[in-house]
Design a protein around this ligand. Structure first.
Ligand code: ADP
Length: 457
């Protein structure tokens, strides 16, 4: 039995996920330490930690991305475990390795597993080996010489997409519709890749025209148990940023999801993956196509927690410390439906971040409602970080019930003093396409373009 009261958990993150990790650590009976930047000095959740320590000035490069400062903070505070959250250093294999080499437990997979899955070409190769379906296209890097590209693209079939192996955050990709544009697109993507992603390796795959974004949550322990915890639909996106997520994905054959889920769990066993992770797929015409794996906890994990009844964060910490899952696949029972709205402090017309002080705040509640947020009345949203200030999640026995609860919750939520996307969510939750379920990844942007709703919001 792992005695968590002997462990001290350092949270290498900020905002709502720092508070979520803090709650999980507390639940396990751990001592919890928060790092913070100078800009986050007044963040209310810091008072809930056993210890809070400043790691640097506001710019993330000097604080939340500053590996030596974070390791020094861990040493000074007597931390035994480090949780990276999402974003920042969460998918940085060098950080995972440095934490481990400092004699601490990294809450996440091994640096080796992160390196395999962090490179989209080696991830694709590993998935094909595990029998996970991938987007059609070669599972190798494109050769340096562009002479062969036309033949490869012909075999894949236009349109194709050229992607950087190390790409992330929706960058390092180019869609090509005709042979004339191929070489220039490949060269540009290669240059960009070399400059931003540490490797200039690029690859080509088919560009799917109207896919949905559907992902599988996995959880694996060090004893060889790997489980999949259902699926999520994150197709409601703007500029590749998810806005609304739900579990399960509406209207997809459950037997097919189970088959893909089982293969994801098998892929975890094959590569020795430990911890929480997400396999992201595009789904089109009744088929799943793997695009990438996220080797960390995700923003949208609460919808899976609501439908599975599992505390994924606490389980993620437990398995990192070597505790077995003590759960079998058949005991994972998903119930009802959950939907999440990401709340951003942003200008409703331009979508640019709107930092400032929250003058008054009223949060919704009631059956099936969960709010994950670190903000309070009087809280100053710093300008240095992203604009997400929390999430409202609704669970119901059916999708219709979850939707009705979420609508009521978003109508009740009041955030005064800064502009937010709450009015946008109120419209999206009543938009007929989304209400019907199963929209493509282009749906939200098409709706915005047609209605000009953002300007009215
Ligand atoms: P990132 O790591 O930057 O998030 P992904 O590989 O996950 O990159 O792709 C991000 C988004 O780009 C996807 O959600 C999808 O909208 C689009 N995309 C990526 N690959 C394809 C493809 N083969 N066909 C169509 N769209 C794609």
């Amino acid at each position: 039995m792992t005695d968590f009261s002997q462990h001290s958990l350092l949270i290498a993150n900020r905002g709502e996920i720092a508070l979520r990790i803090l709650r999980a650590g507390r639940r396990l009976g751990m001592r919890v330490i928060c790092i913070h930047s100078e800009a986050d000095r007044g963040a209310p959740y810091l008072a809930l930690a056993d210890q809070a320590i400043c790691v640097g000035p506001a710019p993330a490069a000097q604080s939340y991305l500053n590996i030596p400062a974070i390791l020094a903070a861990a040493r000074l505070t007597g931390a035994t475990m480090v949780h990276p959250g999402y974003g920042f250093l969460s998918e940085n294999a060098e950080f995972a390795q440095a934490v481990t080499e400092a004699g601490l437990i990294f809450v996440g997979p091994s640096a080796a597993a992160m390196r395999i899955m962090g490179d989209k070409i080696s991830a694709k190769t590993a998935m094909i080996a595990a029998g996970v379906p991938c987007v059609p296209g070669p599972d190798t890097a494109l050769p340096e010489d562009p002479g062969s590209y036309a033949a490869i693209a012909d075999a894949v079939g236009y349109p194709v997409i050229i992607k950087a192996a190390g790409g992330g955050g929706g960058r390092g990709m180019r869609v090509v519709h005709a042979p004339e544009a191929l070489t220039a697109a490949a060269m540009l993507t290669r240059q960009e890749a070399g400059r931003f992603f540490g490797t200039d390796a690029i690859y080509m795959e088919k560009f799917l025209q109207t896919p949905r974004h559907v992902e599988i949550q996995v959880l694996a322990d060090q004893q060889g148990t790997a489980l999949w915890l259902g699926d999520r639909d994150c197709s409601m996106q703007r500029r590749h940023q998810k806005v609304i997520e739900e579990a399960p994905a509406p209207g997809i054959d459950r037997a097919l999801v189970a088959e893909v889920g089982a293969r994801c769990a098998q892929a975890c066993r094959d590569i020795g993956y430990v911890g929480a992770g997400t396999f992201e797929f595009l789904y089109e015409d009744g088929q799943f196509y793997f695009i990438e794996m996220n080797t960390r906890i995700q923003v949208e994990h609460p919808v899976t927690e609501m439908t599975s009844g599992l505390d994924i964060l606490a389980l993620q910490i437990r398995v990192a410390a070597g505790a077995p899952l003590r759960l079998t696949q058949s005991a994972v029972a998903m119930q009802g439906h959950a939907i999440e709205c990401r709340i951003n402090a942003e200008d409703p017309a331009s979508f640019t971040p709107a930092p400032g002080v929250i003058s008054a705040l009223h949060l919704p509640g009631g059956p099936g409602i969960r709010v994950d947020s670190h903000v309070t009345a009087g809280y100053r949203i710093p300008a240095s970080y992203d604009s997400m200030i929390g999430k409202v999640i609704a669970h119901g026995a059916t999708r219709a019930e979850a939707l009705a609860r979420l609508r009521a919750a978003m109508d009740e939520l009041q955030i005064t003093g800064v502009a937010t996307n709450v009015p946008l969510h109120q419209q999206l939750l009543r938009e007929p396409g989304f209400v019907a379920g199963g929209v493509s990844i282009h749906h939200m942007e098409q709706w915005l373009a047609q209605t000009g709703a953002a300007d009215a919001g």
